[in-house]
Design a protein. Structure first.
Length: 313
């Protein structure tokens, strides 16, 4: 195939494909390579909405003189794939002197392009990229276009290498972040527990317990022995609640025992006062209406008339 650049002092090219095919990346690199070779150029772009695939096209004009407008016809149309590219037919006019480059694995060019009389040249972009480590079809298309218009290899390398180096660095950073996240997850999972909770029945009714793990909250009625296990690498820390659940029974007694003084169960003492201070050794968390608010010691004061309560007449 003769180099188009040897035939004229201005050449117009279009690179098209579906969203994510790297059309704009390749177009920008081609423009940078042409500038490095001493050419003038401009690039315009068009794209479709993401909802229908995000097809895109980069349209370039490279010339030996300053230029600020596209030509009436494109000399080359290169397509990474043909997905919805036909929608750009009005923006990518071709003629009998034009060349269409496309991957035969992606199907034939749409009739809206071939009826212009342009010559179709199949180029196995994906197959060639598959034989080169780290290569992509858009980079193969970039190389084909650069060779077709006669751009020096040094100019193309000068445009490609900074971008490839930056992408390699970004990929390395992403791998490091992924490894750090994995290590953090493994460290968190290293806390292993097996909890066995035996049934507790008060006045003929099983007690309901609440199990919280992270953001997960489960309410369970313990009617038979319940085992909760978290283990890793075959290791486990075993905690067995042998007798009644003292804390839950204490709450139950608080709700059912209204008399002042000590409850027969030994878990509750009810008294009346205007202020109270609670201390514990070691310090214990303070629960206010289901939320933890610090730890003991706790001081509380009764404020007369602080709230209004409506009760049945």
């Amino acid at each position: 195939m003769r180099q188009i650049a040897a035939m004229r002092d201005s050449v117009s090219l279009a690179l098209a494909g579906s969203g994510g095919a790297g059309v704009m990346t390749a177009g920008n690199m081609l423009l940078e390579a042409a500038a490095a070779a001493g050419c003038y150029g401009l690039m315009t772009r068009t794209s479709g909405p993401q909802i229908r695939g995000g097809e895109a096209a980069a349209m370039l004009r490279l010339a030996a003189f300053p230029t600020d407008a596209q030509e009436d016809r494109f000399h080359v149309l290169a397509a990474i794939d043909w997905q919805n590219v036909a929608r750009f037919a009005a923006e990518l006019p071709l003629g009998p002197e034009s060349v269409i480059l496309g991957d035969p694995a992606q199907g034939e060019p749409p009739e809206v392009f071939t009826r212009s009389g342009a010559r179709y040249v199949p180029v196995p972009l994906k197959a060639v990229a598959g034989e080169i480590a780290g290569a992509w079809p858009n980079m193969v298309a970039l190389g084909v276009l650069a060779g077709l218009i006669g751009l020096p290899a040094a100019s193309l390398e000068a445009a490609v290498m900074p971008v490839q180096t930056e992408k390699a660095a970004q990929a390395k950073e992403a791998e490091k972040a992924k490894a750090a996240e994995k290590a953090k997850a493994q460290e968190k999972a290293a806390v292993q527990k097996t909890v066995v909770i035996k049934p507790v029945v008060v006045e003929g009714k099983p007690i309901e317990i609440v199990i919280t793990e992270g953001d997960q909250v489960k309410r369970i009625v313990v009617e038979k022995p319940l085992t909760i296990t978290r283990s890793k690498n075959g290791e486990a820390i075993v905690l067995t609640v042998e007798g009644p659940l003292q804390g839950l029974l204490g709450v139950w007694e608080t709700l059912t025992h209204a008399e002042r003084g000590a409850h027969p169960g030994g878990r509750l003492f009810r008294a009346q006062a205007r202020s109270v201070r609670i201390e514990a050794t070691p310090p214990q968390p303070v629960d206010l209406d289901g939320d933890i608010h610090g730890a003991t010691p706790l001081s509380a004061v009764v404020v007369p008339g602080a709230i209004s309560v409506i009760v049945p007449g």
